[in-house]
Every structure is written in C-alpha cells, then in structure tokens.
Ligand binder design. Sequence first.
Ligand code: 5AD
Ligand code: SF4
Length: 442
Amino acid sequence: MELKYHIVTYGCQMNVHESEKMAGILRKLGYVETSTLNDADLILFNTCCIRENAENHAFGNIGALKKLKKEKPELIIAVGGCMTQEKGKTEILKQKFPFIDIMFGTLNLEELERLILLKKQGKKRVVEIREKEGEIIEFDGAYRTSYPNAWVNIMYGCNNFCSYCIVPYVRGRERSRKPENIVAEVEKLVKEGYREITLLGQNVNSYGNDGNTNSVDFAKLLDMVASIQGDFRVRFMTSHPKDFNEEVVKVMAKHRKICRLVHLPVQSGSNAVLKEMNRRYTREKYLEEVKMLRSYFPDAELTTDIIVGFPGETEEDYLQTEELVKEVGFASAFTFIYSPRTGTKAATMPNQISEDIQKNRIMRLVKLVNSLTRQKSEKYLNKTIEILCEDYDEKKGLYLGRDEYGRMGYFKFEKDVIGKFVTLKITKANGISLYGEAENVR
Ligand code: 5AD
Ligand code: SF4
C-alpha cells in the first residue's frame, strides 16, 4: 500500500514554497499526498512564529493529534519551520507533545529525508535544528502546488532587525542565490508551462548585498528574469521602503511582463513609531517612493503591511497611519495587531499598548482599508481586465484568476482555462471580487 503524507502550512509565501520543497522530499521517499489527516502515514507541520496567534494555531493543531497517534503509533509526526528555529521552542514542544517524532528547522530543511530515514531505522525521536545558516544548498525537487504561479526564492534570511520582528533570529542572515541558478530555474519553469513567476525574499531590494552574486543587484536580476522568452508575468516580494529605488521601477517600465504592483510594507504612518521600529525610513520618504512609482505608471498599485498598537503608539500616531493609508490608496493592506516576540527589542520596550486600544485601532483600520478596496472595485465596472486563470470555484461554478494588481475576477467558461490569460469585461463588482464575461483567451 502507498504511504501517504499530509502537510499543514502556516505563515507566508516563503513557508508555502518550503512546504513544496518538503513535499518533493516526501515524494522522493515514495509518499503520495492525502488531503485528510486520518489516513496519513506522515503528518508534517510547517510552522510560523511571526505573531503569537500563528504559534497558538500550530500548538492547538499539533496537540489535537495526540489521540490519532495513540491509535496509530506508526504514524510519523514531524514539525519544521520557523517555530522550531526559535530559541528554546523545541524544548517546549518536546515537553508538551512527547509524541512528535521529528523536529527540524528552516536552516536544515533539505535534511528531512535523512531525518525520516533515521526515524524509520528505529530512533525514538529525531531532533536536528541547525543553529547558524550555512551555504545555500540548491534544491530543484520542489513539488509545486500553485500552478500557474511558481514561487522562486532569490534569497534567504534578513539583516534588518526591525525591532518587532523575529524573522532575522529564525532565518539567519541574508544569503542571495546565484543569478545564474535563478535564471535557470525560471527558464525551466516557463518551459514547463508556468505563467507567473513570483520572486521571493524577505527584502528583495538587498539582493546581492552579501557579495554572492557577482555584482548583480535586484534591478539587474529582475531585468534578467523578465528578459526570459515566453508568455508569463513576473511578481516580486517583499520590497523594503528603505531600499526600494528608481532602478527597479525603470526595469518595470522596460518589461510589460512585470506586474505593476509593489508590495511595500509601510508598518506605520508615524515617524516616531517608524524610528522605534527601526525601519530606517520616514513617512515622507515612503510617500516620495509612491510618487516616483506613479510618475512612471499612474495606474501602479501598492499593497502593504501595517502594524497597530506598537509600544508607545499614541492615538495621534495611529491617525497618521490612517492618513497615509488614504493618501496612498492601497489596493489592499494586511493589518496586524502588534504581538511581542521574545528576544526582539520591542518586546521589552516600555509603554506596551493595552489590548482594548489595539483592538479598537485594528477595527478602525480594517474598516478604512476595506472601504478603500471597495471603492477601487467599483471603478472596474464596464472596464476590461486581463486575469491569469488559476482555479475553478465549484460552489460558484465559475473560473477565477487575478489581474496584475492582484484583483480577483470570476467568470463562466465552457472549458478548462486554468493557466490561460483571459480578458474579462467586468459586469459586476461585489465587495472585493469582480465578475465578468470572458472576451479573449490566450
Ligand atoms: N507583530 C505583529 N505583526 C508583525 N509582523 C512582523 N512581526 C510582527 C509582530 N511581532 C508583520 C509585519 C510584516 C508582516 C509579514 O508581519 O507587518 O511586514
Ligand atoms: Fe522582519 Fe523587518 Fe526583516 Fe521584514 S525586513 S523580515 S519585518 S526584520
């Protein structure tokens, strides 16, 4: 009988892609995927620790497996990802969940195969977490699950130490992949039929700053990737406002393949808060970058991340964030309540904000962001957009895909057009979703 795996992924696109790599390793070992926990022979949790609630989810779901493991002792339970890389976390996991069989970190995920084999040889529990990042190990065995999009790492780690953020502690210092390896990967993916390539890094603008890329910086890399022959589009994330620059925008202008959408996390609209966050840019610099981008493309869209309730944030500071949100007119924004992370500078700052105030601010901000997104949707009525069809919604009986700005469009079609670019005439805007009629398919 075939062995089956089930992977539960928490967190960002980096984790989503790393789960694809883990799936590749499991398939090499002969496992096939199952969508249910109950018939899995191996369950893998790829965890996230960016905020407390991400950890709580993982804790809850791992804990819930106690019964299953008792009934089925041969079941292998593995935990990897950012949480295991956190100082002292594996000890807590071991104590709370003695039934976990394998623990590994983000810095040694390619060792998963060896760790599973060790477990199968009879080792009771296999725990191997690498403390420090090593050389990049090129890995081309990912089992991709996001067709027609393909995630491509350009770099790992982060050097920024924003005062609230745990990422630099769990993912180590910045390491850039060699440009020739990235280009070769994208060429292969395009040949295989992927039609959207998303370049991933914690701070893509500092690509090459580690001296690993033969002086190729992010603008140059983007140019190289967008110059690859084929009918596909290019996205990249995440940009950091302290490093985002006109060179990158010039490359965007050179290639219609590059989506005119920039994910540029602002975090706060108050200079005092930005300083305490160690973001190393001001509100004014951020707004100037937006202006620069729109001087090239008046229709460029931006998305962002915002944290409310950071230590010391006053009502005045918060209102400056609201003002900035209105001024930029983000296409959408991910909004978060500040969550103290042990080991980060902000966790020990005085003036932590009460939960009541945090909740009140996030509610107001979400309302504002949603109203802006809705207003933008309405402007799409009777316009024509081009989406990349990515899925079929069984319930709605409609195909769906996103335009270059990330806006979701639904439509009816008589045959499978997943992976095709479809021109849609928008007939209805419902909240954040658009509905249209397909006019052209390519
Ligand atoms: N609390 C709340 N949000 C956080 N983020 C990062 N660290 C924290 C934290 N401690 C948010 C930032 C970042 C996004 C990925 O997660 O907005 O851009
Ligand atoms: Fe975290 Fe800042 Fe690095 Fe982003 S740039 S991963 S917020 S430390």
